[in-house]
Design a protein around this ligand. Structure first.
Ligand SMILES: Cc1cc2nc3c(=O)[nH]c(=O)nc-3n(C[C@H](O)[C@H](O)[C@H](O)COP(=O)(O)OP(=O)(O)OC[C@H]3O[C@@H](n4cnc5c(N)ncnc54)[C@H](O)[C@@H]3O)c2cc1C
Length: 293
């Protein structure tokens, strides 16, 4: 049976979408169409679904806010699993729990309203909590991993709690990039006045004003040791260089902007930048972005 009939019939209580546009659900705004997308409403349902997909060898991938993801541009004959149904948010003392589908903005507003500080460096980062944990979102003043107590996830179809030491957080990396679904996170915050939180958030918001506007995935490359990828790319004379409708931002060289191009244009430009930086400096850039099917 066709998966777009089989799966909604097998899991009728989940929200299914056919012909799901990856271009419309990623900030870079390009990509193909997936046969199906689904948003389970609780962790148990998500675990049951992932077990089923694995058992039946049905291809799937995860998607949060799509702010660090580049689709291949090809049609995807599988399922995009989203976590937008997992929106629980609560505070217990100085601990805050957030479901994977909570947006960064909602998390920060809730923390401020609860007088819980510590998450302000995440201000303005487009993300869901799930994607933020997977990518260890943050800025040099602080990352999500600084506040993580434990993560709830699904590994090989089983719901499991990952203590901080199991999460293997580093620069733009975590253990969850190995196909483990993140369904929620417990964060350690500290009691802080609403005024102080608001002030710090404003400070972080101001620092982001210089970032390029337009369709992007944020920084494309991880900073190599002792250097920023942006400065390196700029020194190689690549600001403003383009491929089709994709262009290296003239404002911040580690951003690639999609100005009406395709996923293939963006990918070709990333490849060119990598090649050119290596040719000129001998440095191999590591991609920070995630490739989607
Ligand atoms: C304008 C702009 C500015 C940015 N600035 C910053 C910044 O300052 N700092 C920073 O760190 N990042 C920044 N980013 C990148 C991005 O915001 C972060 O990486 C963020 O964490 C991505 O979250 P997301 O929900 O959009 O993840 P997605 O892009 O949807 O997913 C990222 C990866 O995680 C996987 N994934 C998503 N959700 C789950 C889940 N629940 N379980 C398992 N896997 C999952 C996806 O399959 C993918 O591999 C920026 C991006 C943009 C567009």
């Amino acid at each position: 049976m066709d998966i777009s009939e089989e799966l909604p019939a097998r899991f009728p209580h989940m929200r299914w979408e056919r012909d799901f546009s990856l271009a419309r659900h990623t900030t870079i705004g390009c990509g193909g169409t997936a046969r199906l997308a689904v948003s389970p409403l609780c962790t148990e349902d998500a675990a049951e679904l992932l077990c089923y997909l694995s058992r039946k060898a049905i291809p799937y991938c995860f998607l949060g806010a799509g702010a660090n993801s580049l689709p291949s541009g090809e049609p995807f004959e599988g399922v995009v699993v989203r976590f937008s149904g997992l929106k629980t948010l609560f505070a217990d003392g100085e601990t805050l729990y957030a479901g994977a589908g909570v947006t960064g903005g909602a998390l920060l507003r809730f923390a401020e309203a609860s007088r819980l500080g510590g998450l302000e460096p995440l201000t303005g980062i487009p993300m869901t909590v799930g994607g933020g944990v997977v990518m260890n979102a943050g800025v040099k003043e602080g990352h999500l991993s600084d506040s993580v107590l434990r993560v709830v996830g699904i590994e090989r179809g089983k719901i499991r709690t990952f203590e901080l030491r199991d999460c293997a957080f580093s620069e733009k990396r975590s253990v969850f990039q190995s196909g483990i679904a993140v369904t929620g996170v417990y964060l350690q915050c500290r009691r802080t006045s609403a005024e102080e939180i608001a002030e710090r958030r404003e400070e972080f918001r101001k620092r982001r004003r210089h970032l390029p506007a337009g369709r992007s995935m944020g920084c494309v490359f991880v900073n190599p040791a002792g250097e920023t990828a942006g400065r390196l790319i700029e020194r190689c004379g690549l600001k403003g260089v383009g491929r089709g409708g994709a262009v290296v931002s003239p404002v911040h060289a580690n951003f690639i902007l999609n100005e009406g191009g395709s996923a293939q244009d963006v990918s070709a430009l990333i490849g060119y930048v990598e090649q050119e930086v290596f040719r000129q400096t001998g440095i191999t850039l590591r991609e920070e972005i995630c490739r989607l099917p």
